[in-house]
Ligand binder design. Structure first.
Ligand SMILES: [Zn+2]
Length: 284
């Protein structure tokens, strides 16, 4: 596989500075989620079925089993991996899966799931120092639309009893905000530093704040809007710096330091920021 990308999460997640590789640009598109139920013959426990999800990841090098309270058993496979090869793996690991699922079940009993997604009363984007009070207008339509007015009000209209439709509408608006504010900011920092990029996109991503491809295409997480301007600037500097140094080696950090002397502290805050995101912005 071509080592074409470096991501900020790798830098943040590990104390050892270490890069992860993968073709990040098309990562989300390729993360084809295929939900299906498979009856796995379980030798020791008759034919207990495991519900699981298969997630294809272009970053994955090998098959990985993951059990979480949120998503149960997930099988993460490299792109193009034949799904017919999964059942024997599950069968081989059934003891581990069973005990992990039991642990997760015990966790669920102790910490029941958070209530269903609710429309927030207020939305704040510290990155651009804007806040909105959210107003709800039920209407006899199937869609939900989101409109902001000049008085700092964000109006949700339509089928507002449908949480999924509201969330989707709000997330669409959020992405528009992201594109509108984050890309010009990236351009500005690019001009300031002289580190030019080719193309920029804003997406909602689960695990990374940003990434930069070998073709100098920068991807920014719309969740950056929920962070402070200082952190956003650091993420942008970090990604733009990858247009000069496609790694996390010493030269890279030297370069980051020239624009962002306190990058270490910011990295630390970024690592924890995932846990402080408001409920309305959570993925599932
Ligand atoms: Zn990086």
């Amino acid at each position: 596989m071509v080592k074409s990308n470096y991501d900020i999460r790798a830098a943040c997640k590990r104390s050892r500075l270490h890069a992860e590789y993968g073709s990040q640009d098309s990562e989300l598109r390729r993360q084809v989620k295929i939900q299906f139920l498979l009856q796995v013959r379980n030798k020791s426990m008759n034919s207990a079925p495991f519900n699981f999800t298969v997630r294809e990841s272009s970053r994955a090098r090998y098959v990985r089993l993951l059990v979480t309270p949120q998503r149960g058993l997930e099988v993460i496979v490299p792109r193009g991996y034949s799904h017919s090869r999964i059942p024997p793996i599950i069968e081989k690991k059934h003891q581990w899966i069973r005990s992990s699922l039991d642990r997760v079940e015990a966790y669920r009993t102790r910490f029941p799931p958070s209530p269903a997604w609710k429309i927030p009363e207020r939305i704040a984007f510290p990155a651009i120092q804007r806040t909105w009070q959210v107003e709800i207008y039920p209407e006899e339509t199937r869609q939900v639309t989101v409109r902001e007015n000049s008085k700092g009000l964000l109006q949700l209209r339509g089928n507002v009893g449908q949480a999924i439709a509201c969330r989707a509408a709000l997330h669409r608006w959020w992405l528009r905000q992201g594109r509108h504010h984050l890309i010009p900011l990236l351009r500005e920092i690019s001009r300031e530093t002289g580190w030019s990029f080719d193309h920029a996109t804003v997406r909602r991503q689960r695990t990374r704040w940003g990434s930069c491809s070998r073709r100098k295409s920068v991807s920014l997480n719309v969740k950056l809007l929920l962070l402070t301007p200082e952190l956003v600037r650091y993420v942008m500097i970090h990604e733009l710096c990858h247009t000069q140094e496609m790694n996390h080696a010493r030269r890279f950090w030297h370069l980051v330091q020239t624009e962002c002397p306190d990058f270490r502290a910011l990295n630390k805050i970024l690592r924890q920021a995932w846990n402080t995101l408001p409920e309305w912005a959570c993925d599932e």
